[in-house]
Structures are given as structure tokens and as C-alpha cells.
Design a protein around this ligand. Structure first.
Ligand code: NAP
Length: 252
């Protein structure tokens, strides 16, 4: 139980990658604050999983586009579980897949708010408590999109690049407080977002249709990402800071 005594906040843990991360951290002994936006039932299901593993769970709502709700989330989580010493900025949205020439600036602003400004706000909110802990970890869930900068994805590409920039900057600022800040950047992962994306760009009905074209013959699973996160926040990863770990089978 290498994370025994530690308290994690995982955003977007009502499903997909966030749920897998919450469960993996609980399996390693952390208590977990489970953030959701609309899907309370999904968040409760994640909480039951955490409790089943013998750990404490807190479930809290917030919109990543609403600063005061993020403030309440961190305050309520800390009141129930104690100060957060692991923050996983995971929650996110896809962009509409349009070229720059056709992108509404309002969409760009929204995607930037969700992927970059909200994580910045959350880091600011948890840092005072995290600095007091023996060890602190912040993980940003980015995307292999930052390796490719594919066409028709400017809002998402720009927002994930900004998120990574936040991580690399913060890593240097906070190491003197015993905090590590790292980036995990997945390729296509089997979640609602992953399926929606592949339906839109490749017209597939099931991700099984693309397994054969993927590295290792299968689409990445949420647990593949969770295992990378649990390693980075563990004692096996004490001197790794300011790094980006692509979990994409070696790339396209
Ligand atoms: P998902 O299944 O669509 O889940 C998204 C999560 O984010 C949900 O828990 C959702 O909460 C929350 N969320 C969405 N909009 C929000 C908002 N405005 N405010 C607060 N929370 C919000 O996505 P996923 O595939 O697990 O993705 C997780 C992360 O991995 C994202 O940052 C994504 O960019 C990244 N990623 C995904 C893939 C992929 O192929 N799936 C690849 C690379 C990177 P509710 O359900 O409660 O509304």
C-alpha cells in the first residue's frame, strides 16, 4: 500500500480514465476525492469502488468553467478527507474538429478554460496544503495530440500544450516544497470520448474495428493510463519531475 495515508483529488472521475485512476490510487492505499460535473451516478459508482478497496471516498461536483465551484470542491474535499497531496487534472472535453479558419473563438476559449485555466486554478487551490505534506504530486492528463498537432484540432492541441507548459513550469517552482509535477499523454483510449472521436473522424461504430491498426493490436485501456499515474506518484518515482510520459505504444 505505497500510497497509504495520502489523499488524492481526481477530476473527471465519474467515468473513463479518471475513474480508472481513482481506483488505482485507492488500490495503492490513497483516500480519493472524486470530482464530477454532471454524472453524479457515475461518480457514486467510482466512490463505491474506492470504498470497496477499503479507502475513504468523497464525491464533489464542479464545473471546470466556474472558479467558485472549484474552490468549494477543494475546500469540501480537504474538510472531509484532509489536505490534498495528489492532484490529477484529468477532466476534459474534445474540440469540434474544425480548421482554424472555421473555429468560433468562443469554442477556443471554452476548451482553453477547461484544459488549461481550470488546472491552473486547481493547482493554486491545493498548493498551500500540498506544500505542508511530506510529498506532493500533480499529474496532468494531456494527450499524444501534443506530439502531432494534427489538423482540425487547434483548440484541443493549444489547450493541452498550455496544460503541459503549466506542468513544466510548476515542476521547477514547487520542487523545493517536495512536489513533483508530471504529464501523462495518452494516445486513443477506450472511453466515451475516445469512441466519440473515432466515430467522428473514422466513422467506426466500435473501437474493436481499429484494434488491429493500433500498436500492440489493441486500443489503449483506461487502466494503461492509471498504471502510469500510480507509478509516477509512488515512492518508485521520487526523482522524476517535469516529465511527459507518452502512453501511446510508441506513437504513430
Ligand atoms: P470522458 O470519458 O469523456 O470523461 C470526461 C470526464 O470529464 C467526465 O468525468 C466529465 O464529467 C468531466 N468533464 C467534462 N467536461 C467537464 C467540465 N466542463 N467541467 C468539469 N468536468 C468535466 O473522457 P476520457 O476519455 O476519460 O478523458 C479524460 C482525459 O484524458 C481528458 O483530459 C482527455 O482530454 C484525455 N485524453 C483522452 C483520450 C481518449 O482517447 N479518450 C486520449 C488522450 C487524452 P461528468 O461525466 O460528470 O459530466
Amino acid at each position: 500500500m505505497s500510497l497509504s495515508g495520502r489523499i488524492a483529488l481526481v477530476t473527471g472521475a465519474s467515468r473513463g480514465i479518471g475513474r480508472a485512476i481513482a481506483l488505482a490510487l485507492a488500490e495503492d492505499g490513497a483516500d480519493v476525492a472524486i470530482h464530477y460535473h454532471r454524472d453524479r451516478a457515475g461518480a457514486d459508482e467510482t466512490a463505491r469502488g474506492v470504498q470497496h478497496l477499503g479507502q475513504r471516498a468523497f464525491v464533489g461536483p464542479a464545473s471546470l468553467e466556474d472558479g467558485p465551484s472549484l474552490h468549494s470542491l477543494v475546500e469540501d474535499a480537504a474538510e472531509r478527507l484532509g489536505p490534498i497531496d495528489i492532484l490529477v487534472n484529468n477532466a476534459g472535453i474534445a474540440s469540434r474538429g474544425l480548421p482554424v479558419s472555421k473555429t468560433d473563438p468562443a469554442e477556443l476559449e471554452r476548451v482553453m478554460r477547461v484544459h488549461a485555466l481550470a488546472p491552473h486554478a486547481l493547482c493554486r487551490l491545493v498548493l498551500p496544503g500540498m506544500r505542508e505534506a511530506e510529498r506532493g504530486d500533480i499529474i496532468m492528463i494531456s494527450s499524444a495530440a501534443t506530439a502531432h498537432h494534427g489538423a482540425n484540432g487547434a483548440p484541443y492541441n493549444m489547450a493541452k500544450s498550455a496544460l503541459e507548459s503549466l506542468a513544466f513550469t510548476l515542476a521547477k517552482e514547487e520542487r523545493r516544497h517536495g512536489i513533483r509535477v508530471n504529464v501523462v499523454a495518452p494516445g486513443l483510449v477506450e472511453t466515451e470520448m475516445g469512441l466519440r472521436l473515432m466515430k467522428a473522424v473514422a466513422g467506426v461504430e466500435s473501437l474493436r474495428e481499429v484494434d488491429a491498426s493500433m500498436p500492440y493490436g489493441r486500443v489503449i485501456q483506461p487502466d494503461d493510463i492509471a498504471h502510469a499515474v500510480r507509478h509516477l506518484v509512488s515512492s518508485h518515482s521520487s526523482y522524476v519531475n517535469g516529465q511527459r510520459l507518452y502512453v501511446d505504444g510508441g506513437g504513430a
